[in-house]
Design a protein around this ligand. Structure first.
Ligand code: FES
Length: 153
């Protein structure tokens, strides 16, 4: 083994040791940041186990291919997607990758984790690509005119 190989192997060994000792998955260490905007507070109405989104206060969400995130009073993080599904255009999911909990972002017609593992989910919440193994939770949505009501039970 020459000097260059020795240094290279020592560095790789040190990184592996640090990751192992810290107990974190590589996703947590090399975490990306989702760029999904937040719904403005004036567009959200909370009541019991529902949250209503007022589309006239967040008109950008009327466009197909747009996503926003919001946090409920119980600190549950959600992501709402306006998909091209004509029957049920709005989809709401827990905004947390089932692999390591990173917030998700809409990428074309799927939800993508910006963390190192880059798990992908379809717009039913099913895993398209790991390392995530479990689907992400989705919530029933009712669209009534300019109001989207999300059942959080
Ligand atoms: S947190 Fe690891 S792939 Fe999402």
């Amino acid at each position: 083994m020459d000097r260059r190989d020795f240094i290279k192997q020592s560095c790789i060994g040190s990184i592996v040791a640090c990751v192992s000792v810290s107990g974190f998955s590589s996703c947590r260490i090399l975490s990306g940041i989702a760029r999904t905007p937040e719904i403005p507070p004036e567009a959200i109405v909370f009541s019991n186990n529902e949250v209503t989104i007022l589309l006239n206060k967040v008109p950008e969400l009327k466009k197909v291919g747009i996503a926003y995130k919001l946090a409920t009073k119980s600190e549950k993080k959600l992501i709402i997607v306006h998909s091209d599904d004509k029957q049920a255009p709005y989809k709401v999911f827990e905004n947390s990758c089932s692999h390591g909990g990173s917030e998700l972002e809409l990428s074309r017609n799927m939800l993508r984790c910006p963390s190192f593992g880059h798990s992908k989910f379809d717009l039913k919440g099913e895993v398209l690509k790991g390392p995530a193994q479990e689907k992400i939770r989705s919530f029933p949505v009712n669209l009534n005119g300019d109001k989207i009501t999300v059942d959080l039970t």
